[in-house]
Design a protein around this ligand. Sequence first.
Ligand code: CU
Length: 443
Amino acid sequence: MPRSIVAILFIMILALAPGSARAQRYFRAPIVDPPSQEVTTEFLVNDSGGVEPRKGTAWKIHVARGLHKGLYITGAWFKRNLAEDWIKILNDARIAELFVPYHQSSYIRYYDLTSFSFPLAPVQAEDAGPFGTLLPPFQGDTTATVVKELRDRGVAWKDYAHGVRRGKELVIWGALEAGNYMYLMSYSFHDDGTIAFRVGATGQNLPGHRQEAHVHSAHWRIDIDLVDGAKNSAMLMRHVEDLASLSSVDVKEPFNRGFEGGVPWDPKEFTMVRVQSERKNPRGEPISYDLMPLRYGSPRHNEEFTHNDLWVSQSHPDRPMEFLFANLPNIVKDEEVVEQTDLVLWCNSAVHHEPRNEDGKPDSAPRFWPGDDAWEGSAIVMWSGFDLKPRNLFDRTPFYPYTPVPPRPLADQRPDAIRDEATPPAGTAVEAPPGQIPPNRRE
Ligand SMILES: [Cu+2]
């Protein structure tokens, strides 16, 4: 073999050998997301009015940031009462895609989460506001990217007998720096067990298409593990009115006959997906959560993954295409069972962004290149999302100061004299705080 060919072969082997600088260029190790951080918050009963019987509730959240994931949840556990153990609610919850199709320029169809390697934006004290703090930077990061807020969320309940109670929420949020856009990714855990998932579109309108309408469509993947995560069942809930009569029915049926698939959200039917566990609350009702969409409209585009709004699949986190929302129509094709198994809920939430003057101002900033529109200002955030609301997780109104059971008169102590503890016998005197009317003495 000529010496020159040997030399070339030697150089090629060197170049491709693991460990060499050139080899590292071509055989780079996969990017590993940093470990999750844990956030725990207790909501005490005496924080905002109300008295016994509950001392309070609590949330424990694992939050992570990742490539093509933004900010996401890697576990959520709830306590109905501080004296009880944690109840698992979520295994993994995330936005799986941010799809942005433009209307006139139909060739512009951004997949902002999976087609780009956008980072989370740095956050500072002014992001956190008066009720917030910054989580420490994730391992290996140099800046903080997540805000934790403990907010008042308005009135939780109000009635004539026991006054009013305000609610609280733990909000974990970060912002995906998507070129000219900024997406706020927010997960809010309420003191009553509700989880509010929200995405907000803000930042700057697309250069070159500042005035062109488009849709910001978030596509969510929620791996729910409700109590006994391997034995959850999905139900479809529909409210059906008969306009020819005064009657209506509420239909609870196995989701898609009990198999994987997708359904449209019907505004006239209040469509929702119920996840039911095998575990029952103290009143014998199965502990469940309802996925309740909150919508301006439903995104429908050429792409098949936008042709339904609510989907359910079996969880297979080990499969490489499992987390890709655009692949969802393929994921559900084999129609696996969605009863008494490990479930994933998929849904969309979208805003239709019709640009307005409030989005910013042209000819206001320095021009950096010929034709630069010198745009200045930021589009005000538009939110979309959905709630996961507990159903029969509690056996009564959370934080409501129930009337203590009064001592029974002798005549009432017969075996058949059974009544609800919340409904004392008529005429029984019930102690109420000053200025409040006991429930059996309404005036
Ligand atoms: Cu927009």
